[in-house]
Design a protein around this ligand. Sequence first.
Ligand code: HEC
Ligand code: HEC
Length: 475
Amino acid sequence: MMRRLSAFSNDTEFLGYVRIVMRLVVAVIAMLVAMPVCGEEPSSSPHPGLRHLRETMYLPESFDQTTFDSLWLTWPIEAKKEVAKLSLSERRRATMARYGLVVDPESSPDELNPIGYIVDHSGGWHMNCLSCHQGTVEGKLIPGVANQQFDLQSLTEDVATVKLFRGKLTKVQDLGALAFPMGSTSGTTNAVMFGVAFVAQRTPDMSVVPLQRVEFTHHDMDAPSWWHYAKKSGIYIDGFSPKHHRVLMQFTLAPSNDRDTIYSWEKDFVEIQDYLNSLKAPKYEGLIDEALAKQGAVVFRDHCSSCHGTYATKYSEDVASYPNKLVPLDDVGTDRVRLESIGPEHRQWIKDSWMTEYGKQPVILDPQGYVAPPLDGVWASAPYFHNGAVPTLEEVLNPEKRPVVWMRENDRYDYERVGLKVERVEEMPKGAMDKAVKRRYFDTRLLGKANRGHDYPGVLSETERRVLLEYLKGL
Ligand code: HEC
Ligand code: HEC
């Protein structure tokens, strides 16, 4: 006290000094908090819509942690031998890789968390939208890129086998899942028929009823890139469905969620829709030859933009525009199964239901083709076309080069052909084979998997196709 008095002539001066020091301390703390650590991006809190996707359990438990950790016991002997000697966490990583589950890069090595499932406090795994809608390109997570590795069929079968051994294969849900095809090629799923099945167990106001008689045309699709959502006027490849947050809830319509539960989640989906609208296309990571890309911009304007719109890039003066153009199936000529798999009753049901505010939102009852998608970030959305039948952009541009059978290599990127790195083979390998490996083969001769059509680049010279490929990289 005495010493203080010797430095300050009175209390007011002392308090003034304390205030200045306090302000300085607060300012320094604020600066430290705001400062990026070691050149990292300043961390911003996740979008509330993304938080719902990552944290809210909209679906019941699919299996538990013990089941997940036992899955490897169902694998063929060679695959089993490889993981038997691994530590628990390494084996978990290998298990996720086998089924194409994306590991949350922020989870600790001991506690690997998947992105596409939410693991609850008692170890229950609940599937979420991101199982199909959040993937990686060369191991790097890109928000909104589809999961090109997901093998839901093998996962479902192996989970059932483990549950059977553990005496836990009891739920109707398990047996239903076994009877329903999930997807025959990794990276694609029978998602559209899941939607049809869910809706067939609801009245238009969303009350749960026993499954109505409904015909399924099982087929697989490649999920679209979510960053296109903002540009679209209607959603899905045939654009039939209005863009409305309630329509996004289709995947939550498992019969264990009753009507009022569905209603209570509506506000979450307003934010989820907002998240989808906020996503931006990722930038190409490889090299782009600017001179060629500039020539490509001219070819694109003349031959592609009438359907796919125009793009603001440094390769032309164009400003962005997108026509949402529905192209008749006979014109585009790609696989027709998806279009024909959804009958008029299903479309009418969507139109009459709570999801479209009982018809207030526009529903197209008989779309005759597919909408030409936006091509922003198209480099990252391989494989191409709605069924994912063509592995690279070069092969989109050169129909005669499209492989009949191809096998995806583990999440590798082909910077030359621009798209998935794949092995091209004449035929499916013969003989007994690990089913998870077999499902990595895409056989374009099977139902819903045709790689034909979209012959528009046919009129272009080889040079024009080459420059166009360069331009597409930069969209
Ligand atoms: C099993 C995989 C799977 C799951 C899970 C899934 N989707 Fe999809 N989603 C797809 C496929 C495949 C399509 C393409 C359907 C079509 O075009 O007919 C699609 C289409 C969409 C579209 C339309 C995009 C466009 O550009 O037209 C949106 C939006 C979407 N899904 C959101 C969601 C949300 C939100 C959830 C969770 C509530 C979800 N999806 C769950 C596979 C899935
Ligand atoms: C007459 C309209 C039309 C024209 C012209 C057209 N396209 Fe398309 N394009 C489509 C439609 C429709 C689809 C969706 C086909 C499907 O998925 O089955 C498509 C799909 C694509 C895809 C696949 C996108 C993806 O993510 O799967 C690419 C790439 C593409 N077009 C590039 C081009 C290029 C380059 C040109 C110019 C040479 C072009 N298109 C000309 C209508 C058109």
